[in-house]
Design a protein around this ligand. Structure first.
Ligand SMILES: [Zn+2]
Length: 326
């Protein structure tokens, strides 16, 4: 080899050594020896961005005997008349047109909560979106899981507003969700004390309205959605990406460098009976319409901002959430 080539090789030695070092450290880190900390191997489980529930009632401060932050957040990491609905949406849409580009309220945004009617109300929303209104809409797992025909007589666990509608409505709701006409999901978790559900009387008119669901939204959406072709990507879009965007939380909603490490690890295939043997962290599990269901999707671990707050059925001793004022 000519001396010029040798000189070139010798001058490149530091670079070559550096590249060899990188190759070596990558090799060792694959064996589980990360430089910055331990590796947790969840095997075949799904590692997904944490869910963001943009609409849940915890009644804290206030009626903490109904739920409150301690039980509500524990549940969250361990696991939302057609004519009246249509009239309410029609009224909202009279202002949403102002949010169009060039309109008097350009930059403002309208979000419609807990859509239950997949017929006329949804058509109005689709029209408004088509006209360029800045508008999003959510529905809740209970409208996707249940239909009015299946609700046992006088079972007030199912009372909510707007109400659960008929089976064809549920089918259309799934269709609209899968087609992207409904943007996201929320629990609309509604706690209360069992007394107010008036189980003995079974009076739907007088009983407290609302579905208690906070801990179950992920397995419910997954289990009931399988027949409609739900995918993990869809779940991330409905439960993480779109809610983060709506709430203006740029640091959340995805697993990416620079974002908050809010992560849920779960096993979609793992089935369980939601009965008295299942660990329910809600303050009053008996009021939930989901009790007695068989579901698929078991949460193994939850990280909030990189902190492991729920692991194999156990909670971290201290809460690490922070108040976000939007
Ligand atoms: Zn609500």
């Amino acid at each position: 080899m000519e001396s010029g080539t040798w000189r070139l090789l010798i001058s490149m030695m530091p670079l070559i050594l550096y590249l060899l070092f990188i190759l070596y450290s990558n090799h060792t880190s694959q064996k589980g020896q990360m430089k910055n900390g331990p590796v947790i191997d969840y095997g075949e489980a799904v590692v997904m961005p944490g869910l963001i529930d943009v609409h849940a009632h915890l009644d804290d401060p206030g009626r903490t005997e109904w739920e409150g932050f301690p039980s509500g957040t524990k549940a969250a990491v361990a696991g939302t008349s057609i004519r009246r609905e249509e009239a309410a949406i029609r009224e909202l849409l009279t202002v949403s047109k102002d949010t169009r580009i060039g309109g008097p309220a350009e930059g403002a945004h309208l979000h419609i909560v807990h859509l239950s009617d997949s017929r006329s109300s949804l058509e109005l929303i689709k029209e408004a979106k088509g006209n360029g209104d800045s508008i999003t809409v959510e529905t809740c797992p209970h409208y996707l899981a249940f239909s009015a025909e299946e609700i046992p007589e006088g079972d007030t666990r199912f009372k909510c507003a707007p109400p659960i509608r008929d089976a064809p409505n549920k089918e259309k709701l799934w269709e609209a969700l899968m087609d992207g006409h409904i943007d996201m999901l929320s629990s609309d978790h509604s706690p209360s004390v069992p007394k107010l559900k008036l189980f003995a009387e079974g009076d739907f008119l007088k009983a407290w309205g609302g579905i208690s669901s906070l801990q179950f939204v992920l397995p419910v959406t997954w289990s009931y959605g399988l027949k409609y072709g739900v995918t993990l990507e869809r779940l991330v879009s409905w439960w993480s990406e779109k809610p983060a965007k709506l709430a203006g939380q740029d640091m959340k909603g995805a697993i990416a460098i620079g974002k908050d490490a809010d992560i849920v690890v779960w096993e979609p295939e793992e089935e369980f009976n939601l009965d008295e043997n299942h660990h329910v962290h809600l303050k009053h599990p008996s009021i939930s319409a989901y009790m007695g269901s068989r579901l698929a999707g078991k949460v193994l671990a939850t990280f909030v901002n990189g902190n492991l707050v729920f692991d194999d059925g156990k909670h971290a001793p201290d809460a690490c959430g922070t108040t976000i004022l939007a």
